[in-house]
Design a protein around this ligand. Structure first.
Ligand SMILES: Nc1ncnc2c1ncn2[C@@H]1O[C@H](COP(=O)(O)OP(=O)(O)O)[C@@H](O)[C@H]1O
Ligand SMILES: [Mg+2]
Length: 255
């Protein structure tokens, strides 16, 4: 499989603090690639630089060969690269279905076309079918009519994935998808993500609950103090003495 995402020598400095230091990662198409590392090591900053939320100080970000370094987030979203946040941010007052529909394009959004329902009614109907299909693929179909605020933590994370799918994403970054979720629901989330991967999607998953997430990963990168210190299969990385030291040597509580 080809590399869908290539991050080359990415650096991000905040004043004197180098949060990401020449990090290079490759995410193969249709893979579940995981980025691990203790709190504060630069994981979120790295993905913020990839998705346009922060401008990198140096290095490049390539999506399927296209140089997207420094692009605005909405332009990156338009080329099929989306991310979820550590804390899900749906429109809480809207239903689950409306949140998914909101992530889709519809010609009726244009103020010039909006009054002419017949021009966009077909699209609205097909979007509705597509949204219900997406909800069934993430296990939320029976909740379609509930306000998003009534969902539990795990379901809110899956709603983020559903919105990504609705936007036509090819590559989805999940920032701590199982953070704050009980182990059984965490397994369920990762099982859905694995099934979506088999359908052709690509995931870069930032996670520090590595015991639960590692069995689902194809490839793992470990970060410490802004640098990639280890990479390989989950077994290789989790048995790397450098990784063992950052997780165990300095106390698991630091993760
Ligand atoms: N906007 C910012 N301004 C200044 N420092 C930041 C900012 N965002 C993150 N940092 C710092 O960069 C480092 C990496 O943070 P972060 O990427 O959030 O780590 P992680 O996601 O691995 O926990 C931390 O020292 C953090 O305090
Ligand atoms: Mg983080």
């Amino acid at each position: 499989m080809k590399n869908l995402l290539v991050v080359e020598n990415l650096t991000k400095a905040f004043e004197g603090l180098v949060a990401v230091n020449k990090a290079t990662i490759e995410v193969k198409e249709q893979s579940f690639t995981m980025l691990i590392g203790p709190n504060g090591c630069g994981k979120t900053t790295l993905i913020n630089c990839c998705t346009g939320i922060l401008k990198p100080t140096g290095g490049r970000v390539l999506l399927d060969g296209l140089d997207i370094t420094g692009w605005a987030p909405h332009k990156i979203y338009d080329v099929g690269f989306v991310r979820s946040f550590q804390i899900p941010l749906p429109f809480m007052g809207l239903t689950v279905l409306d949140n998914v529909l909101g992530a889709m394009h519809n010609k009726g959004e244009s103020p010039f076309r909006a009054p002419f329902h017949r021009f966009w009614r077909d699209k609205e109907e097909s979007n509705m079918e597509k949204a219900m299909d997406i909800l069934s693929r993430v296990g939320l179909q029976q909740h379609w009519n509930l306000p998003s605020m009534s969902l539990g933590a795990a379901q809110l994370k899956m709603l983020e994935v559903a919105k990504g799918l609705a936007s036509g994403a090819r590559l989805i970054i999940l920032d701590e998808p199982i953070g704050g979720v009980d182990p059984a629901s965490a397994e369920e989330i990762l099982t859905h993500v694995s099934a979506l991967k088999k359908e052709g999607l690509t995931f870069l998953v930032v996670e520090h609950r590595i015991d639960i997430a590692a069995p689902f990963a194809d490839y793992v990168y470990a970060m410490e103090l802004g640098s990639i210190i280890s990479q390989g299969t989950p077994n290789q990385v989790l048995n790397d003495p450098k990784v063992i030291e950052i997780y165990l040597g300095k106390g698991v509580g630091a993760c």
